[in-house]
Design a binder for this molecule. Structure first.
Ligand SMILES: Cc1cc2nc3c(=O)[nH]c(=O)nc-3n(C[C@H](O)[C@H](O)[C@H](O)COP(=O)(O)O)c2cc1C
Length: 359
C-alpha cells in the first residue's frame, strides 16, 4: 500500500511508521508493541545509563525479532557557569518561597552525557537495526563505528542546510522535523527558532535537497497526516505526541490530562524547561519567565533548579513547573494501545491513499 517503499526496504519494517523516541516518556514496552505491529519502535537512550540501555535493548531483543531504533542526543555538554546557575536559582526563588522550599533545598545536578564511547560500545555489542540522533551527529570516529556494525544511521534536521550536512556525513535517512513537533527542536546548525519551517514547508524542500529517504515529523497524528507527508515526498513518518496518550507511555496523569483536553493553540516553543528550545504545553513558568530568554543556563542544567519546584507543585496537582512536552497536533490524540494505534494509522493512511487515487 505504501507509495514509497524506500524506508520499508532500508529498515526492513512492514510499515514506514516510526514511533518517536521520547526520552523519559517511553521505554522498551512501547517499542516492542510498535515493532510487533509492523512499525519501527524506538528506545530513547539519552537519559539512560549504560546498564539501563543494555536492559532496555535486551527487553526489546527478547520480546520481538523485528528491527528497532536506539536514539541518542549529540548536544554540546553544558559549560559550567556558576554565576548563571545562581541567577537562575534566584529567578526561581519566589516560587521556592511560595511552595515552602527553603534556601537549603538541594538543587540536583542534571548531567546528560551526549553519545560517547560507552554508548557506542553498547551499540557495537547489541547492534540495533537503526540508530537515530538528535541535536546533530557524534564525532566521525564514533559514527564510523556505528556504521561498521551495520546500523542504519538517522538524524533530525530542522532546516534544509542541516539536512544537507547530515547527508554529506553519511546518514541513511533524514528526519525533517517541522516546527509543529513536540519535544526538543533537533536544531544544531541553526539557532533561531523563529526562522524554522513547519512540516508542510520543510519536508518537500528537504526531499528536493537530498537523495536519501526523508522521514516527516511534526504534527502527524492520523492517516490524513501520513498521506500528506507522502504527498510531500516523504518516505515515512515519525510520530511522537500521538503515542503519548497510549497506556504504554510513561507520562504523568497531569500530562495525560493536558493531552486529553488539548487544542491547537496551547503549546509553545520555550527554552525555560531545559535551556534548549522544546515544544510543550504553555505553563505558568513559561508565562512568567518568557518563552525564549537568556535566563536559563545551558541544556540540560536549567532543569536542575526546576526539579524541586516541579516535584512539589506536582504533588499539589499543579503542572506549573513541569515540561509537558507535546506538539501542535495534540488535539488529535486518541487513547489506544501503541500496537492498535499503529494498525489504526495504517488503515487510515490506506483509506486516504485510496480516496486520493479515486479523486
Ligand atoms: C515528549 C517528547 C519527548 C521527545 N524526546 C525525544 C528524544 O528523546 N529524542 C528524539 O530524537 N526526539 C524526541 N522528541 C521529538 C520527536 O522525535 C519528534 O520529532 C516529534 O515528536 C514529532 O512531532 P509530534 O510530536 O508532533 O509527532 C520528543 C518529542 C516529545 C513529544
Amino acid at each position: 500500500m505504501w507509495p514509497d517503499r524506500r524506508l520499508v526496504d532500508l529498515f526492513g519494517v512492514t510499515h514506514p511508521i516510526i514511533q518517536a523516541p521520547m526520552a523519559g516518556s517511553v521505554d522498551a514496552t512501547m517499542a516492542v508493541a510498535v515493532c510487533e505491529a509492523g512499525g519501527l519502535g524506538s528506545l530513547p537512550c539519552a537519559t539512560l545509563n549504560g546498564d539501563q540501555m543494555r536492559a532496555g535493548i535486551g527487553i526489546i531483543q527478547q520480546q520481538t525479532t523485528q528491527p528497532f531504533n536506539a536514539n541518542f542526543f549529540c548536544h554540546d555538554p553544558a559549560k559550567p557557569d556558576a554565576a548563571q546557575d545562581a541567577q537562575w536559582r534566584a529567578r526561581l526563588d519566589p516560587y521556592y518561597k511560595e511552595f515552602g522550599l527553603g534556601d537549603d533545598t538541594p538543587v540536583p545536578t542534571v548531567d546528560l552525557p551526549p553519545f560517547g564511547e560507552d554508548a557506542c560500545a553498547i551499540i557495537e555489542d547489541l547492534k540495533p537495526a537503526v540508530v537515530s540522533f538528535h541535536f546533530g551527529l557524534p564525532e566521525q570516529s564514533l559514527l564510523d563505528r556505528v556504521r561498521a556494525v551495520g546500523c542504519k544511521i538517522v538524524c533530525s534536521a530542522n532546516t534544509v542546510r542541516e539536512a544537507r550536512w547530515l547527508e554529506e556525513r553519511g546518514c541513511h535517512a533524514i528526519i525533517a522535523q517541522g516546527s509543529e513537533a513536540g519535544g526538543h527542536r533537533g536544531m544544531f546548525l541553526s539557532e533561531d527558532i523563529t526562522e524554522q519551517a513547519g512540516t508542510m514547508a520543510l519536508v518537500p524542500q528537504v526531499v528536493d535537497a537530498v537523495q536519501v529517504p526523508v522521514i516527516a515529523a511534526g504534527g502527524i497524528a492520523d492517516g490524513r497526516g501520513i498521506a500528506a507527508a507522502f504527498a510531500l515526498g516523504a518516505s515515512g513518518v515519525q510520530i511522537g505526541t500521538a503515542c503519548l496518550s497510549t497506556p504504554e507511555s510513561l507520562v504523568s496523569d497531569l500530562h495525560r490530562d493536558a493531552l486529553s483536553g488539548a487544542e491547537d493553540d496551547q503549546t509553545v516553543i520555550t527554552n525555560a524547561w531545559t535551556g534548549r528550545p522544546a515544544r510543550g504545553f504553555r505553563t505558568q513558568l513559561v508565562n512568567d519567565v518568557g518563552a525564549i530568554t537568556d535566563a536559563p543556563p545551558d541544556f540540560p542544567t536549567a532543569s536542575g533548579a526546576l526539579r524541586p519546584l516541579k516535584n512539589k507543585a506536582e504533588s499539589e496537582g499543579s503542572a506549573a513547573f513541569s515540561s509537558l512536552l507535546a506538539g501542535q497536533a495534540a488535539g488529535l490524540n486518541r487513547v489506544a494501545g501503541a500496537g492498535a494505534l499503529v494498525s489504526m494509522l495504517v488503515s487510515e493512511a490506506a483509506e486516504q491513499f485510496e480516496r486520493l487515487s479515486r479523486s
